[in-house]
Design a protein around this ligand. Structure first.
Ligand SMILES: *Cc1c(COP(=O)(O)O)cnc(C)c1O
Ligand code: SF4
Length: 351
């Protein structure tokens, strides 16, 4: 498998950026991405931590899934706190190397759902495009950490088989751009792909699943907002934050910019041991989101992917937490607790 790094082969759209507005140019987010931290030692140094403060850290992680975290996200971590919930999501640990029975390479059976290169369909009416093979952050619990991205389409012409499949299947009314992270595409590529999809008349909605507004808020440029508001199908943004501390500072600005553009914004989170598996943490996350206007959508039970067992909180614990959350929050602020079960026709709600 190819490492999930910045796709250097993609053209930089830097030329089209308005130079006067430094915080909103496409040059800025790409520079922010280039400046992301890739070395565990450097990450700990920035947080004023010594390796002995985090004895279970893996200072030389697997080169196929190295440490990757943008500075903006690091700035939302608490210096000197080895148990910081944001740090725990991105710092490689020795436990990733242990094999645990039941934790598999392709836990969600993506292989069986592949309809065409880059196109997965598991559920009726909606299909998922692996729009980009890279991410701006490497979440250690990621269910796609073992996905064979390098065999998925790169250039616009490589999308033809997937587009042909979508054109032929009029039952598909929603296309989910996923990955990797679809907002890793340059505006030019994203526009091309969205235009091709918009040409398919029966596609009513484009859903964008992205963690970039959370971890690399500078990606939410004026150009991106413009691009998303000009697409014919209704665009729905689904972001991914797991802890209230993520939804602060430049991230809350980015989310509000999306909302002010008129885009519905939903959040999905993953239940993660020692990160958000307490009713206080989940309540704080939901409140931070709804106070911005972002609606909690799903809380996912961890997919059992090899190398992630140390992040697992039990299903029973999750459903207890959700019940407690329901007693504390308005109904709209309580996410649906769901699990992906291979072969099922939807994500399965857990009560
Ligand atoms: C999770 C997922 C979806 C989206 O499911 P919703 O319940 O509509 O959010 C669609 N396709 C695939 C392949 C998925 O894994
Ligand atoms: S952003 Fe999403 S796809 Fe990328 S590493 Fe994190 S969880 Fe995985």
């Amino acid at each position: 498998m190819e490492p999930l790094t910045v796709p250097t082969a993609l053209p930089l759209d830097a030329g089209s950026a308005p130079r006067s507005d430094a915080t909103n140019s496409s040059a800025t987010w790409q520079q922010d991405l280039a400046r992301a931290i890739r070395c565990p030692k450097e990450l700990l140094r920035q947080l004023q931590l010594l390796p002995q403060h985090v004895p279970d850290a893996d200072m030389k992680p697997d080169s196929r899934f190295p440490l990757l975290v943008p500075i903006s996200f690091v700035e939302r971590m608490r210096p000197g706190d080895a148990a910081d919930p944001l740090l725990r999501q991105v710092l490689p640990r020795a436990a990733e190397r242990t094999t645990v029975p039941g934790f598999l390479t392709d836990a969600v059976d993506d292989g069986a759902a592949r309809k065409a290169p880059g196109l997965l369909q598991k559920y009726s009416g909606r299909a998922l495009l692996i729009a980009a093979g890279s991410c701006s952050v490497h979440c250690r619990y990621c269910f796609r950490r073992n996905y064979p991205y390098s065999s998925e389409p790169r250039r616009i012409q490589d999308w033809e088989p997937a587009l042909a499949e979508l054109r032929n299947d009029t039952s598909v009314t929603e296309v989910i751009l996923s990955g990797g992270d679809p907002l890793m595409l340059t505006d030019r590529r994203l526009t091309e792909l969205c235009e091709r999809l918009s040409d398919v008349r029966h596609i009513e909605r484009l859903r964008i699943h992205s963690r970039l507004p959370i971890v690399l808020p500078s990606r939410v440029t004026n150009e991106l907002l413009e691009l998303l508001s000009q697409i014919r199908p209704q665009v729905i943004m689904v972001v991914h934050a797991n802890h209230a501390n993520e939804v602060t500072g430049d991230c809350s600005d980015a989310l509000q910019r999306l909302l002010r553009q008129g885009l519905p914004v939903l959040n999905q989170a993953v239940l993660l041991k020692d990160i958000n598996d307490s009713v206080e943490a989940l309540e704080a996350l939901s409140r931070a989101l709804v106070n911005l206007g972002v609606m909690p959508y799903y809380l996912h039970q961890l997919d059992r992917v090899s190398g992630t067992a140390h992040f697992e909180a039990s299903v029973g614990r999750g459903s207890r937490l959700i019940r407690e959350l329901r007693e504390r929050l308005p109904g709209y602020a309580v996410p649906q607790f769901v699990q992906e079960v291979p072969g099922q026709r939807s994500k399965i709600p857990i009560h």
